[in-house]
Design a protein around this ligand. Structure first.
Ligand SMILES: C[S@@+](CC[C@H](N)C(=O)[O-])C[C@H]1O[C@@H](n2cnc3c(N)ncnc32)[C@H](O)[C@@H]1O
Length: 396
């Protein structure tokens, strides 16, 4: 255990970094992550019981109060310029009553959402600017109306189901909290506002993060000897095609075909746009046998975490119909470790439980699932250890 002198020296060092007006500046991503994780863990390690109570008991204020700042355009106003603003200026620009605004600003500075640089001077920080971004705002709107709503219902929902394995139970903690009989995906399809927020939420989740192409040389592994007739990549449930597009962008001269399969409303909507990127969008139902035979790669990202093992086995058995000895199935999903999971990976697991009755899996669970469908897990390549994102290489 560190001595009291070491803790005092650490406190001095931290304060000196935090009070440096030039901010943290550039640093390598690994150091940044170590500091973020150890700062959080240190804070919890030193916590008194009353502080634990406050950290957990008051966490629920952050989301609604952030939305007040988003919807009133307070954060957007602060983020327009790097200078500080007075209370009066902010009140005039946002229409928020001065007395209410002062209370809100006090809260925001106290929880590090903005900086108060003088008695009457408020300034945007990295946090304010993030909240002022449209996609981040929509992600928070999604969380408020969907995940947070379901999360508040979760204790009753789990109790009602006697703490059984909740995977695949419908209605989910979220969909059971709203007046609908639809499956969560059906609800999204019928409610364009929710689909739009869901897409923004997913974009924000992926922002600035690596993709599997960073961790494996696609050309070297899968495109050797390909001709213009070779089906290189079938992006199953590929949506708008972020990964198929990335493949074409990274390897513009690669011969061979890139296909994207999805439900009719998705494939037909994006067909022309994808064709401009030399991607063939076709309608295919993942619950029917794969009709493209012998492709080099069948790729599925974020499909399986929405379903229980029985449904996943059905999808795998259907996908297997396309595979030859030379094909691989690449499953791009979270692979949770047996211990020391990151908050990001563990939070995603709970989020899919609440929203769609899904599950994020460990390597052993993936192995078991693939074996049930008569497939072998050949390799697991982690490409983002912060979120536990991995690509699973499977085959016959
Ligand atoms: C969570 S999104 C993942 C999209 C994409 N793979 C990605 O990672 O960006 C799930 C996708 O599966 C598609 N999907 C759902 N049910 C399907 C089905 N029965 N057949 C084909 N695609 C389906 C949805 O339309 C959606 O595009």
């Amino acid at each position: 255990m560190a001595s009291s002198d070491q803790f005092k020296a650490l406190a001095d060092q931290l304060e000196s970094v935090l009070h440096d007006p030039s901010g943290p500046g550039d640093m390598d991503p690994a150091t940044r992550r170590r500091l973020v994780a150890s700062g959080r863990k240190l804070s919890v390690l030193l916590e008194e019981p009353r502080e634990t109570g406050r950290r957990i008991g008051y966490a629920h204020l952050q989301l609604p109060l952030s939305l007040v700042g988003i919807e009133s355009k307070l954060f957007a106003t602060l983020a327009t310029e790097p200078r500080s603003f007075t209370l009066l200026e902010l009140s005039e620009k946002t229409g928020i009553d001065k007395q209410l605004l002062k209370r809100l600003l006090r809260y925001y500075q106290a929880v590090d959402i903005l900086a108060q640089v003088d008695d009457d001077a408020y300034q945007a920080t990295n946090v304010t600017r993030a909240l002022a971004n449209d996609d981040h705002a929509n992600s928070h709107r999604w969380t408020r109306r969907i995940t947070a709503r379901g999360a508040l219902h979760l204790p009753d929902w789990l109790q009602k189901h006697e703490y059984k394995d909740p995977v695949g139970i419908l209605p989910t903690a979220w969909s059971g909290s709203i007046p609908t009989d639809d499956h969560p995906y059906g609800y999204l399809a019928k409610n364009p506002w929710a689909l739009e927020l869901a897409q923004a939420h997913m974009r924000v989740q992926r922002e600035g993060r690596p993709v599997f192409f960073d961790a494996m040389d696609f050309e070297q592994r899968f495109a050797q000897g390909a001709t213009s007739d070779t089906v290189l990549f079938v992006d199953i449930g590929g949506a708008t095609g972020p990964q198929a597009r990335e493949l074409r962008k990274r390897f513009p001269d690669l011969p061979g075909r890139v296909l994207l399969q999805d439900r009719p409303e998705v494939a037909e909507k994006w067909k022309d746009d994808l064709a401009q990127n030399r991607i063939e969008a076709v309608v295919h139902d993942i619950f029917t046998p794969q009709n493209v035979k012998g492709a080099r790669v069948y790729y599925l990202r974020n499909i399986f975490h929405a379903w229980g093992d029985k449904t996943c086995t059905e999808i795998l058995i259907n996908a297997k119909e396309g595979l030859t000895e030379d094909s691989v199935l690449l499953i791009d999903e979270i692979v949770l470790p047996e211990r020391d999971a990151t908050p990001q990976g563990a939070q995603h697991d709970i989020e899919v439980m609440i929203c769609v009755g899904g599950i994020e899996r460990t390597k052993a669970q993936w192995e078991n699932l693939l074996a049930t469908a008569g497939l072998k897990l050949k390799e697991v390549i982690n490409y983002d250890d912060e979120f536990e994102d991995s690509v699973i290489v499977a085959g016959l």
